[in-house]
Design a protein. Structure first.
Lengths: 112, 343
C-alpha cells in the first residue's frame, strides 16, 4: 500500500520551494478547469477504479500540485476512463480529459 | 401620491416600513402572500440565539399594526414602470393602480428546488427531506420524532451546499447561511433524539457571523455531532427505507459508505421571480448570481441602477436575519435622503 505519495517519501516535509510543476503547467494549459478543484471528493467517491484499488483521483490532483510525480505513470493507468467522475464534479471539471492530458504530458515531458 | 411603496413584507420590508414611517414618510407594503413575514413564518428557532422565529415575527407585525401602516396582502407585484416625471407605477393585477415617488424592493429569495439534484433522491426516496422541511417538522414536533416513512431515527446526515457552489445547478455562489443552519439543526436533532448519531457532510464550514463558530463548537463538544469533510456523490434507498450514502472522507483520503434513517439537504437560496420580472419591466440590473445588483456594493448597497428604486435584504444576496434587518434600516435612510432631495 502506498498511502503517502507514490513511493516512500524521502522526507515528510512538502518542499514548496523546490516544487517542480512542469506537468501542472501542462495540464492547466490544456484543461484550465483542473485548477478549480476544491477537493470535495465527489469524484473519488464515485470512481470505478477507486472502489477497487487505492487509486484516488482527487489526491492525484494535490500530488501533482506538490510535484510528487514518482510512479505517476503506473498510478494513472489504474483509471478506467469511465467518466463517472465528471458527472458529479460540482466545479464542472472535465476530469477525464485531465487524465488524458496527464497521460500525454507524462510522455511529452519525459516523466518516468 | 405615496412616498415609498415597499414590495415584499418579509422582515426586510417590515423593518424598513417602520423606520420610514417614523421618519415621517407615507409608506405602504404590498405582499403577495396572505400573511406578512416571508420565510421566517416557516422557521422554528433562529441561529445564533435559538430564539423562536415566531417571537421575532410577532414583534414586527405588532410594530406595523401600532403605526397603522397600510398593508395589501395577496398582492403580487408583476411589473414596475418608471414614468417620465421620475415616479413609478406598479402592476399587481388588482384594479387599483399604485403610484409612488420611490420603490423599495424587499422581495427576498426563493429556496433552491432540491428535486433538481436527482442524485440525492429528494421526492424520490421518502426519508430525504430539505432543511426547510425540517424547520416545518420542528415547528410542530411533539413526542418522539420519526422519519417520514415512520421508522425510528438512529442516524441522521446533513448535506451541505445543496444547490450552492455547484456548476451543475448553475449556482457558483455560496448561500452563506446554510452551514450555520446545518449546525443549528444538527444540535436540535441531538436534543430531540439523544440516542441518534448526527453527521454533517461539508466541504468548508463557513461560520462567518458572530456566534456561529461558538455554535459549531457547541455541536462538537456538547452534542457530539460528527463533521465529515466530503461531498456526497450519490444516495440510494435500501429495502427497509434507509439511505445508503457514498462519499469520500477526504481527510483520510478513503471512500466511505454509511446508512442513515434520515437525510437532510441544506438547500441554498436563489433569486426569486421578482428580480427577473423587474429587470424586464424597468431594466433593473441583476448580478451573474441573478440576485439584484446594488449600484455600489460598498457605498450604495441599497441603491440600484434605476434612480428611485431601492432594495434591501436577501433580494441582493443570501443574508441572515441580522444582516437583513441592518440592511433594511440603512435602506430607509437612503430612501429618506432621496425623497428630501427630490421633493
Ligand atoms: C432553511 C433556512 C433556515 C434559516 N434559518 C435562519 C436562522 O435561524 N437565522 C437567521 O438569521 N436566518 C435564517 N435563515 C435566513 C432567513 O430566512 C433570511 O435572512 C430572511 O428570510 C430574509 O428576509 P427577507 O425579508 O429579505 O426575505 P423573505 O423572507 O424572502 O421575504 C420576502 C417577502 O417578499 C414577498 N414577495 C416576493 N416577491 C414579491 C412580489 N413580486 N410582490 C409582492 N411580494 C413579494 C414574499 O412573499 C416574502 O413575504 C434561514 C434560511 C433558510 C433557507
Ligand atoms: S474516469 Fe477514471 S478517475 Fe474518473 S471515475 Fe472513471 S476510473 Fe475514476
Ligand atoms: S469532484 Fe471535482 S472539485 Fe471535487 S475533488 Fe473531484 S475534481 Fe475536485
Ligand atoms: S454556507 Fe456552507 S453549506 Fe451553504 S453554500 Fe456556503 S459552504 Fe455550502
Amino acid at each position: 500500500m502506498n498511502k503517502f505519495g507514490f513511493a516512500p517519501a524521502k522526507s515528510r516535509v512538502i518542499e514548496y520551494d523546490s516544487m517542480h510543476n512542469q506537468l501542472l503547467d501542462y495540464i492547466i494549459a490544456n484543461e484550465p478547469s483542473f485548477s478549480t478543484c476544491m477537493s470535495c471528493g465527489s469524484c473519488t467517491a464515485t470512481c470505478s477504479a477507486g472502489n477497487l484499488t487505492d487509486f484516488n483521483i482527487r489526491r492525484l490532483n494535490i500530488q501533482i500540485r506538490h510535484g510528487e510525480l514518482d510512479g505517476i505513470r503506473q498510478e494513472i493507468d489504474k483509471c478506467m476512463l469511465c467518466g463517472k467522475c465528471l458527472l458529479v464534479c460540482p466545479r464542472g471539471i472535465n476530469t477525464r480529459n485531465a487524465i488524458m492530458i496527464i497521460k500525454k504530458g507524462i510522455v511529452n515531458l519525459g516523466i518516468e | 401620491m405615496i412616498d415609498v411603496l415597499i414590495i415584499g413584507g418579509g422582515i426586510a420590508g417590515m423593518e424598513a416600513a417602520c423606520t420610514l414611517h417614523d421618519l415621517g414618510f407615507e409608506t405602504l407594503i404590498l405582499e403577495k402572500e396572505k400573511q406578512l413575514g416571508g420565510h421566517l413564518r416557516n422557521w422554528d428557532t433562529l441561529f445564533p440565539t435559538k430564539r423562536k422565529a415566531s417571537e421575532v415575527l410577532e414583534h414586527y407585525v405588532k410594530e406595523i399594526q401600532q403605526r397603522g401602516i397600510t398593508v395589501y396582502l395577496n398582492t403580487d407585484v408583476t411589473s414596475v414602470k418608471k414614468q417620465e416625471d421620475g415616479t413609478f407605477e406598479l402592476n399587481t393585477g388588482r384594479e387599483v393602480q399604485f403610484k409612488t415617488k420611490t420603490v423599495l424592493m424587499t422581495t427576498g429569495y426563493a429556496l433552491f428546488n432540491a428535486e433538481r439534484k436527482e442524485e440525492y433522491g429528494y421526492k424520490i426516496y421518502d426519508n430525504v427531506i430539505t432543511s426547510a422541511d425540517l424547520e416545518k417538522i420542528l415547528q410542530t414536533a411533539k413526542g418522539e420524532l420519526r422519519s417520514p416513512s415512520g421508522n425510528s431515527i438512529q442516524s441522521v446526515a446533513f448535506v451541505h451546499c445543496v444547490g450552492s457552489r455547484d456548476e451543475k445547478s448553475g449556482n457558483h455562489y455560496c448561500s452563506n447561511v446554510c452551514c450555520v443552519t446545518g449546525v443549528k439543526q444538527a444540535i436540535k436533532m441531538r436534543q430531540l433524539l439523544p440516542e441518534a448519531q448526527v453527521f454533517n457532510f461539508y466541504m468548508d464550514l463557513r461560520m462567518y457571523g458572530s456566534g456561529f463558530e461558538e455554535m459549531y463548537r457547541e455541536a462538537q463538544e456538547q452534542w457530539h455531532v460528527q463533521f465529515i469533510r466530503g461531498r456526497l456523490s450519490e444516495v440510494a434507498e435500501t429495502i427497509d427505507k434507509r439511505l445508503q450514502l457514498k462519499a469520500e472522507d477526504t481527510l483520510s483520503a478513503r471512500p466511505l459508505r454509511m446508512h442513515v434513517d434520515l437525510l437532510v439537504l441544506l438547500v441554498g437560496m436563489e433569486s426569486n421571480k421578482a428580480a427577473a420580472d423587474f429587470a424586464q419591466s424597468c431594466n433593473l440590473a441583476c448580478a451573474p448570481s441573478r440576485f439584484v445588483q446594488p449600484k455600489d456594493f460598498h457605498i450604495e448597497s441599497n441603491k440600484t441602477n434605476v434612480e428611485g428604486l431601492f432594495t434591501a435584504g436577501t433580494a441582493i444576496a443570501p443574508l441572515s436575519v441580522f444582516d437583513t434587518v441592518n440592511h433594511a434600516k440603512a435602506a430607509a435612510l437612503s430612501v429618506s435622503e432621496y425623497l428630501k432631495k427630490n421633493n
